[in-house]
Design a protein around this ligand. Structure first.
Ligand code: NAG
Ligand code: NAG
Length: 292
């Protein structure tokens, strides 16, 4: 198997902004919780990364297998995930034999999931149940972000390990002013300890001038998320909630049910592949940055 070249890694060496004092306090709390549980191993120590991949997609049929500079997109995502130091195991969860075959071909472990999975979270949950080993944390790694930085994966895992009162962790990055009023860019606000307060397709916070405040550090939500595995089992079963339905944002269901979600701030340019036209854009960018 061929791992990413070191030049591709340099793209991701930008550090993320984690508030060290808060993190320190949370780590102390986590150690406290670990001691309370009478365990010697680290809190939520066993971590699995799951890459959910389906073939059928309304906007982009066969998306996981699309070729990006000579490699299937799913392979690029998987190779990035392999570089994360917090993952004990990585699997691709798919309902499609072609995807499974391709993934086994480049060395990935594959779990077959049913076609009835309605979304990536359900697929992750089904895959988790089918794994032989037990895991405390599941990272849901979207297969359509072939340039995902391993540091972001590690960042959300460590955040969840350090915040025993949270069941979910995710990442945000600086919102570009031109994306402020784009409903497909989800905004997020957090409290002063880094727990999510709210997510919206609208601009939050909203300046009373009605315009983007160039001074305000607005945050864009990134798709990557990790869950406590006990929570993942009940997450798909939680009934839809009013704010979730109104905004069409799954993660609001978590907050509306009173669960806590830890959010880390990262330096990341989103290069998601949603439609066929995105492939060319990402290849151009990779050539510019000499990522092979
Ligand atoms: C709103 O945005 C402006 C800049 O556009 C800023 O000066 C002001 O402090 C912001 N907040 C309020 C309450 O106006
Ligand atoms: C996934 O789909 C199920 C069934 O439609 C739904 O209950 C759930 O809210 C969806 N999302 C998540 C994150 O579980």
């Amino acid at each position: 198997m061929s791992m990413c070249s070191s030049s591709s890694v340099s793209l991701s060496t930008k550090s993320w902004i984690v508030h060290s004092i808060v993190a320190g306090a949370a780590i102390a709390a986590a150690i406290g919780a670990g001691a309370y549980l009478g365990r010697y191993r680290k809190f939520r120590s066993r971590v699995v990364g799951i890459i959910p991949a389906r073939y059928a997609s309304s906007r982009f049929e066969g998306k996981p297998l699309v070729n990006i500079l000579g490699k299937p997109m799913i392979q690029r995502t998987w190779e990035r995930a392999k570089l994360a130091s917090t993952l004990d195991h990585i699997v691709v969860a798919t309902d499609d034999e072609k995807i499974a075959e391709c993934c086994r071909g480049f060395g990935a472990d594959v779990v077959m999931t049913s076609e009835s999975c309605r979304n990536g979270t359900e697929r992750c949950n089904e895959a988790l149940q089918k794994l032989d080993k037990k895991y405390d944390v599941v990272v849901n790694i979207q297969g359509d972000e072939p340039l995902i930085e391993p540091e972001i994966i590690d960042g959300i895992v460590k955040a969840l390990q350090a915040a025993p009162d949270a069941v979910f962790s995710t990442a945000v990055t600086a919102l570009k002013p031109e994306d402020a009023f784009d409903p497909n860019r989800v905004k997020c606000v957090v409290d002063n300890r880094g727990y999510a307060i709210y997510f919206s397709r609208g601009l939050i916070p909203y300046n009373k001038t009605g315009k983007v405040n160039p001074q305000f550090p607005y945050m864009l939500h990134l798709g990557i998320q990790s869950y406590d595995s006990k929570f993942l089992k009940i997450y798909p079963e939680l009934q839809p909630t009013p704010l979730q339905l109104e905004e069409d944002l799954e993660q609001l269901k978590v907050l509306e049910n009173g669960y806590k979600m830890k959010v880390i701030k990262v330096d990341h340019e989103a290069h998601g592949v949603d439609i066929p036209e995105d492939v060319e854009k990402i290849e151009t960018l990779m050539r510019e940055r000499s990522i092979s």
